[in-house]
Write a protein that binds this ligand. Structure first.
Ligand code: ATP
Ligand code: MG
Length: 563
């Protein structure tokens, strides 16, 4: 089966696309598909939101439909324009553009009208019980609720009280508006849910125009209907709210009949995703901010060097289902590696430099060697890398007394310098006080320029290097997982699971000049080390790099063992 506009695997539709496709086939909703992404502007978006974004915008794209961005800004206490702006930027960065931009607060007047409609129909009433009474009388999972003594107020009395609630005649919490459904319902959400509360709070858009605010559960269905949303996708915790969603769509004179469908939220191993906890991590200083590269936020991942393409590929691959599970974070890292492997130019950088002096190389000579920028991308071309008598190699690539399986540089041994020459270690220089090796004396074979010996002799290792005189000193930030345990959300206090070694700052790395000159957000593969990107803190004379991901692919290994 093919779907107009669908770009992949039509025969393998997820359960939501199957519903959408069936609705189209049956001619429902006048052949329209309309979705929306409805974030609450009370925090930055994270990788879980990316899943919801890819799903909503992806369905609109695949079925020739529309997708709105709607801010669910019904709770003024926690919301802020800072979040509105970051959310818009993040959705765009992920590669999506909304059909229309809306705010639930733009519907406050209509929502108020709908509430009045319910009152007139005898389907809502003003309750004046105190908050703790309200809570107590809701009942429990096993016991029915108790009807409020205010439940049978007349329509006229309810209309009068609700109008005065709006007019600001009552204190916060003095009254609420409730739907009049069924206090004995097995579903607690149907036990006369609260629709409006009095709250004197300044709203980031409506200012002080309102002192009553609609509850999310009341605002969402009519907002969907006003926008003619056909499929209102949300996460599983709203499954028990669906009867209320349907009740409202049915009871209100709304212009369309949207349908709510729930899917499992994304959980990632070694990651916390609740906005409350992410906010705590920022406020308590466990990370440097929302865009700390260790955060699972879109801004954090962006700063770390993740690409939108990689995040979208990851979201496509994990798919959507109805069952909760935990996705291995290695799968996300795998998607990042796969994408960067195709596009990131290779450069050389040395994290922990060890000086190498080529004793038979002419003192003043500098050669500019041709080096391929990306073996995966023929169009990426080559660049000139300076080579001279004094170089730096990685400290780890030398051992004075090499164990059996160590094939890299050691006294008396010959190795290849990538795209350079073969070199042989002839001696070491040590710090007389500490005994630490501070430099290597080596010779090079001029006949091996470019990395091959004309006599066919082989070496067992190829090392990365930089020319000491030309390399630029850089700061490199090496990130590890923010948490030490697979499901930090399940630990009593997730803070106890924070990984104390999640950030290591290397201040004396050396990179080749071309990398040092790159603008912020440029991504590279540092050969043999991993993928890195230029941090916004970077300056041309003091470059700063973030390690996006190392080259070791845990996910590929897992798949190999499993498969
Ligand atoms: P809260 O409502 O507690 O502030 P939230 O994570 O639900 O947090 P919203 O801003 O309401 O945040 O989320 C916007 C949309 O993103 C919702 O439709 C929600 O279902 C979806 N979403 C949130 N977290 C995830 C997740 N981990 N996986 C998939 N979708 C998610
Ligand atoms: Mg929510």
């Amino acid at each position: 089966m093919g779907i107009p506009g669908c770009c992949y695997n039509c025969w393998l539709l997820d359960f939501i696309r199957t519903i959408v496709s069936d609705d189209l086939t049956a001619g429902r909703n006048g052949g329209r598909v309309a979705t929306r992404f409805p974030p609450e502007p009370n925090g930055y978006l994270h990788i879980g939101h990316a899943k919801a974004i890819c799903l909503n915008f992806g369905i609109a794209r695949d079925f020739g439909g529309t997708c709105n961005l709607r801010f669910d800004d019904t709770n003024p206490v926690k919301e802020d324009v800072e979040y509105v702006e970051s959310i818009e930027e993040d959705v765009r960065w992920l590669g999506f553009e909304w059909t229309a931009l809306h705010f639930a607060s733009d519907y406050f007047e209509e929502l108020y009208g709908y509430a009045v409609h319910l009152i007139r129909e005898g389907k809502a009433y003003v309750d004046s019980q105190a908050a703790d009474e309200l809570r107590r009388n809701r009942g429990t999972l096993t016991e029915p609720g108790v009807e409020s003594p205010f439940r049978n107020r007349t329509v006229a009395e309810n209309l009068d009280l609700f109008a005065r609630m709006r007019a600001g005649e009552f204190a916060d919490g003095a009254h609420v508006l409730r739907a009049r459904i069924d206090m004995a319902s097995g579903n607690i959400n149907m036990r006369d849910p609260v629709l409006y509360r009095i709250r004197r709070a300044h709203h980031h858009r409506t200012g002080d125009a309102w002192c009553i605010y609609p509850m999310y559960d009341f605002a969402h269905p009519p907002s969907d209907a006003i926008e003619h949303i056909t499929h209102s996708l949300c996460t599983l915790e709203y499954e028990d709210h669906r009867p209320l969603y349907d009740w409202l769509v049915d009871a209100l004179p709304v212009p369309s009949k949207p349908r709510q469908i729930e899917f499992a939220r994304l959980n990632l191993s070694y990651t916390v995703m609740s906005k409350r906890r992410l906010l705590e991590l920022v406020q308590e200083g466990h990370v440097a901010g929302w865009d700390d590269p260790r955060m699972p936020t879109i801004v954090g991942m962006r700063r770390r060097g993740y690409t939108p393409e990689a995040i979208r590929a990851f979201c496509d691959r994990i798919g959507v289902a109805k069952r909760e599970n935990v996705v291995d974070v290695a799968q996300l890292e795998h998607a990042v590696r796969e994408d960067l492997n195709k596009r990131a130019p290779r450069v050389m950088g040395v994290l922990r430099p060890l000086r190498v002096i080529l004793e038979n190389y002419p003192e003043a000579q500098v050669e500019h060697l041709d080096v391929i920028n990306n073996p995966e991308d023929a169009e990426a071309g080559t660049r000139k890398v300076p080579f001279s008598r004094e170089l730096f190699i990685e400290r780890d690539d030398f051992q004075e007394n090499p164990p059996k399986k160590f094939f890299r540089l050691a006294p008396g041994r010959e190795v290849r310098l990538r795209c350079g020459y073969f070199i042989t270690c002839t001696g070491v220089e040590k710090d007389p006080a500490t005994g630490e090796v501070v430099a290597l004396r080596c010779t090079y074979d001029p006949a091996t320029r470019g990395g091959d010996a004309p006599d066919g002799r082989k070496v067992k290792a190829t090392l990365h290097w930089v020319s000491a005189a030309h390399a630029v000193t850089a700061e490199v930030r090496l990130y590890d997982r923010l948490f030490n345990v697979e499901e930090p959300g399940k630990v009593e206090d997730y803070r106890a699971a924070l990984n104390p070694a999640s950030l290591e700052v290397v201040r004396d790395a050396r990179v080749e000049p071309v990398a040092a000159a790159a603008p912020a957000a440029t991504r590279f593969q540092f050969e043999r080390l991993g993928y890195f990107c230029v941090d916004p803190d970077s300056r041309p004379d003091a470059p700063v790099f973030n390690r996006t991901v190392s080259l070791k692919d845990a996910w590929a290994r897992i798949q190999k063992t499993d498969g």
